[in-house]
Write a new protein. Structure first.
Length: 82
């Protein structure tokens, strides 16, 4: 079994959005949901502690979350990567 820190790093995802001024709002909402999110660039953040048991589950959970967030921010596109 891997240490928790290594596991957390492996389950990190990166989110890039098209409107940098909305990144603080996205990060705040992710943190309210229990994720750890940190800004990497003007429109990019890394998200950890997604709650999924596997990388795929974590990615799907984040994709659903980001899509729901986008519904409140029409016109913002997002790309999720590892």
């Amino acid at each position: 079994m891997q240490p928790a820190l290594q596991q957390s790093e492996e389950m990190a995802q990166v989110v890039e959005i098209t409107q940098a001024d909305l990144l603080p709002d996205l990060i705040t909402n992710l943190e309210r949901s229990g994720c750890v999110a940190e800004r990497l660039a003007a429109a990019v953040c890394r998200v950890r502690d997604l709650g999924g048991a596997t990388n795929e589950e974590a990615r799907l959970e984040l994709a659903f979350f980001v899509r729901a967030w986008q519904l409140g921010h029409p016109g913002v596109n997002a790309v999720i990567s590892e």
